[in-house]
Design a protein around this ligand. Structure first.
Ligand SMILES: Nc1ncnc2c1ncn2[C@@H]1O[C@H](COP(=O)(O)OP(=O)(O)O)[C@@H](O)[C@H]1O
Ligand SMILES: [Mg+2]
Length: 624
């Protein structure tokens, strides 16, 4: 069974290499040409050395004097061969390097490109760590064998050339070659097969050891205060011991195989000398030929190892490739439709949910998924503002994701102006709706770039208009370089509320006909939040009004809504105006009041705009 699987790995590995060659055929041709040139020059060097000994040295020894002409010719031939060998090595190394790094870059791009195409549902099932290692180490591992591949291919050609030249020289010496070369090849194969799992294990243990070290240094405070030094040290020592054993086992294998790999060609040379001496006495070969063949056996040993290097990398390559392909072949894509909502009408859009059910896919396929939303039906009429209110985990963010089609319902429909969102083109959907999430994401770029995102038709005038609507024009104007100020990770750090308003302006700049705000202004001062919403409902400076679906908690904000939808446990439990719900729905009144109390406490301790959103913490309190 073991040999079956390893043969399987070699077969699959060779198919992966075949794909690499099909992707970079020209560069591969350059590298292999270099490698074949090198191989042929290795054979040639053996024959030239043989000729120098047979035609120059032996006669010279016999005569007692050296012919200058013959010596110069021999030196020139050896020099010429060396130059060609160098050219061959250069071509091979350069080609192999180009090929390996180009393939890495290509597949990194493909994998990351694919991440963006895959729907949110797929991302929910895959951790960030997996995504990073797919794009980095897996892509690299898949193409590791590319580095020695041209060398190995050139070596195969060289071996064939060597056997042919042996037969042309003498059949008896050729038989020695036919015994030694396959043995050398087989020894390399066995060596790499034994080595691959040992090295993989050592590699895994290296990662584990550094993981443990990282953890206990990171948690040094906990470790010390809880008096866990001894246990932590023991845990580390055990893993470090395993790593030591794994590396020793690698070393032992090297110790056994390296001498064999060195000795085998020497034994071959010895056999050649014995057989050759007999053939020389029989007059079948000349001294030149004997020296050439003996020399050939010594210079062939090293290149043969390149074949072993490729074979040793194949299991890792196959494993990396499988993980890369899992991303590239991932299904669950969100096909877009063909319908374009008339972009000429800047009128607000009508959003309607009809009997929508939804459940997140379980992290592992065999687990049952749970329903998060059920029978959700509501409408945001054109130009109206609807507030979505409910405790943590009620499904508000899920409704927001469905409204902008980050995810699709399990059953039921979400429509925009009466058209199922699944029938819209990607561009039409993007220009019609905009979602502003609670946690703002700001790119490490200028304020302007963060707002325009390279979308056409958004000039500085539009940027300022959007900033005004988001109540962000004041602080942006006060930034040292205005719109050109760098923000984000390394730029000017903005407060939570400023970031939220910047991302709101980004959404507004695209002039969406439906705006979905998922608790998007939670870190903004309550009075400013209400002002923003009021401004969005009735824009004064020529901005088109939009329909608004807003997840909110604050009384002042909710009171501005035309209708409030109250959700609990994924169901719409009540709807109506804020005043109606306060009077008739006890859960609603409790939630709004509890939130208000929490806000007051917060206002006493901190100022708005300088803290990151605290909503989630507050929600938990409310939930209880
Ligand atoms: N990516 C996810 N995978 C699995 N379950 C999720 C995911 N996101 C949210 N949920 C679950 O769906 C339910 C609704 O969540 P959400 O829509 O975020 O609620 P809200 O925004 O009202 O707090 C919760 O029970 C939550 O645990
Ligand atoms: Mg939420």
């Amino acid at each position: 069974m073991a040999s079956g699987t390893s043969r399987d790995v070699v077969g699959r590995g060779l198919r992966v290499l075949g794909r690499a060659i099909r992707e970079q055929p020209r560069i591969f041709a350059v590298a292999v040409t270099g490698s074949v040139l090198f191989g042929l020059m290795v054979i040639a060097s053996a024959y030239v050395v043989g000729a120098v000994v047979g035609k120059v040295v032996v006669p010279a020894v016999a005569r007692g004097s050296v012919t200058d002409g013959a010596l110069a010719l021999a030196a020139a031939a050896l020099f010429g061969i060396s130059v060609l060998r160098v050219v061959g090595i250069f071509g091979r190394r350069l080609g192999a390097g180009y090929m390996q790094y180009r393939l890495q870059a290509t597949y990194r791009r493909r994998v990351t490109r694919r991440y963006l195409d895959l729907p949110l549902a797929w991302h929910h099932r895959n951790s960030t760590g997996t995504l990073l290692s797919n794009a980095n180490s897996d892509v690299e591992a898949a193409w590791y064998p590319i580095a020695p591949l041209p060398f190995a291919v050139g070596t195969l050609v060289m071996l064939v050339g060597a056997v042919v030249s042996l037969f042309l020289t003498d059949w008896a010496l050729a038989l020695v070659g036919l015994a030694v070369f396959p043995a050398l090849f087989a020894l390399n194969v066995v060596y790499s097969r034994r080595m691959a799992p040992r090295q993989a294990r050592a590699q895994r243990l290296r990662a584990e050891v550094s993981g443990i070290a990282h953890e206990s240094f990171d948690g040094a405070l906990v470790v010390k205060t809880m008096g866990r030094e001894a246990q932590e040290t023991a845990r580390f020592a055990a893993r470090a011991g395993d790593l030591r054993d794994a590396l020793i086992s690698v070393g032992k294998l090297r110790g056994v195989f390296d001498p064999m790999l060195e000795t085998l060609p020497s034994l071959g040379t010895l056999a050649v000398l014995v057989v050759g001496a007999i053939r020389l006495r029989q007059g079948a070969i000349t001294v030149t030929e004997l020296v050439s063949v003996a020399f050939l056996f010594t210079v062939l040993a090293f290149p043969v190892r390149a074949i072993g290097w490729v074979l040793a990398e194949l299991p890792r390559s196959v494993a990396g490739w499988d993980r890369v392909r899992r991303v590239l072949d991932a299904t669950g894509e969100m096909p877009y439709g063909e319908v374009v909502l008339d972009p000429a009408t800047p009128a607000p859009a009508t959003l309607a949910f009809h009997d929508v059910h939804f459940g997140y896919e379980p992290a592992e396929a065999h687990l049952p998924g749970t329903e998060v939303l059920g029978e959700v039906t509501f409408t945001v009429p054109a130009g109206k503002t609807v507030a979505l209110v409910g405790p943590t985990g009620a499904g508000k963010s899920t409704i927001a994701s469905l409204a902008v089609r980050l995810v699709d319902p399990a059953s039921g429909t979400v429509t925009l102006d009466g058209v199922d969102v699944r029938e819209l083109t990607a561009a039409s959907l993007a220009s019609t709706v905009a979602l502003v999430a609670q946690v703002p994401f700001v790119f490490d770029d200028t304020v302007r770039a963060n707002i325009t995102l390279d979308r056409p038709g958004i000039g500085d005038e539009e940027v300022w208009a959007a900033l005004r609507l988001a109540e962000a024009d004041g602080f942006v104007a006060a930034l040292p370089e205005g719109l050109d100020t760098m923000v984000g990770e390394r730029g000017t750090s903005l407060s939570g509320g400023q970031r939220q308003r910047l991302t709101l302006a980004r959404a507004l700049a695209g002039r969406p006909r439906l705006l979905v705000l998922d608790d998007a202004t939670s870190a903004v001062d309550p009075r400013v939040e209400a002002a923003i919403l009021a401004g969005l409902r009735a824009p004064t400076d020529g901005g088109a009004p939009a329909s608004i679906l807003v997840v909110a908690y604050r009384r002042a904000t909710i009171a501005l809504a035309d209708e409030v939808i109250y959700v609990e446990h994924g169901r719409v439990v009540a709807r109506g105006t804020h005043t109606d719900l306060l009077a008739t729905v006890p859960g609603y009144a409790d939630l709004v009041t509890a939130y208000e109390q929490a806000e007051q406490e917060r206002e006493q301790t901190r100022t708005y705009d300088e803290v990151t959103p605290l909503t989630s913490g507050l929600e938990v309190e409310v939930d209880r």
